[in-house]
Write a protein that binds this ligand. Structure first.
Ligand code: ATP
Ligand code: MG
Length: 275
């Protein structure tokens, strides 16, 4: 399982040659991609507002009302996925683009209304279309892998309880968690999470301050080092490691051979059972 971060922008396609190499040697590969940055760019382009909400714990996240979800879906499925799929096809990889909703693969439950701060004002938000993944059905990706395809999957997820009158029945979910949950469901040997940093840094301003190894039973001290978006990433990687994915790495997606580099030990590795 290879997750390419939306933070990578055009560098997302750097993983494609490695994917070809892995497929060539007979590995089954699933790609998950994010797309927060593209959604923000598209919102600017379309003149749509970008809003964030801050939870009482201080965590800042995208305020995904129906219009924002629309932009997110357009960005992820319309702008980001096609060039990833065509780049893989060009390299001879039989890539298939999907969202979490396809085949009922990733199901989510909507986050309940919360008392949060939006644009400096505290209020209860009831129209946020974000959710937490409640179930993963790996039947579709397994079927595709068995037939020699490489699924290229991303949020959103499917909300079976959505009101059919309002919205598309989709929910925004975190792309790292999406990749981790699929990796667990598929019993993946590897979860390689690529983004625009070398891994977890002790000092985000210093690329030399890389933390190379983290015991997944004891994340607390490391979570304190991470800023908002890296916190989610690290917590999720820890969950996958605890759930039994044998190799979990946070790697740098900006280099020439990012997946193979991460598999060779570059980046931050999550390890289980270290005293
Ligand atoms: N201690 C830290 N070490 C490394 N990165 C950090 C740290 N604290 C915060 N960050 C931030 O986390 C960011 C990576 O998370 P982000 O969600 O932005 O990227 P992504 O997961 O690749 O993209 P997407 O969520 O769209 O898929 C880095 O760009 C960096 O700014
Ligand atoms: Mg992220």
């Amino acid at each position: 399982m290879i997750k390419v971060g939306g933070s990578l922008g055009a560098d997302m396609s750097r993983a494609c040659a490695d994917i070809r190499a892995l497929v060539d040697r007979g590995d089954s590969v699933v790609v998950v991609h994010g797309g927060g940055a593209e959604a923000d760019r598209l919102a600017d382009e379309l003149g749509r507002p970008k809003r964030y909400l801050t939870a009482s714990g201080g965590r800042r996240s995208r305020y995904t009302d129906a219009a924002a979800l629309d932009v997110l879906v357009l960005g992820m499925l319309g702008r980001l996925k096609p060039p990833l799929v065509t780049e893989l096809l060009r390299l001879g990889v039989r890539a298939v683009g999907l969202s979490g909703a396809d085949g009922g693969m990733v199901t989510a439950r909507r986050t309940p209304p919360a008392n949060v701060v939006v644009d400096g004002v505290r209020r209860v938000v009831r129209d946020d279309l974000s959710g937490r993944i409640s179930a993963v059905d790996a039947h579709l990706p397994r079927t595709l892998l068995a037939a020699g395809y490489v699924p290229v999957i991303s949020p959103p997820a499917y909300d079976p309880e959505a009101d059919p009158e309002s919205g598309a029945g989709l929910l925004n979910v975190d792309a790292d968690r999406f990749a981790a949950r699929l990796a667990v469901a598929l019993e993946a040997d590897w979860l390689v999470i690529l983004s625009n940093v070398p891994g977890l840094l002790r000092d985000p301003g210093d690329p030399g301050s890389l933390v190379t190894e983290i015991p997944c039973e004891d994340l607390a001290g490391y979570l304190d080092l991470a800023g908002g978006r890296m916190k989610v990433k690290l917590r999720t990687a820890g969950e996958a490691c605890l759930a039994g994915v044998p190799h979990v790495v946070l790697g740098d997606g900006r280099g020439p051979s990012p997946v193979l580099a991460a598999r060779a030990g570059a980046g931050t590795t999550l390890v289980k059972g270290v005293p």
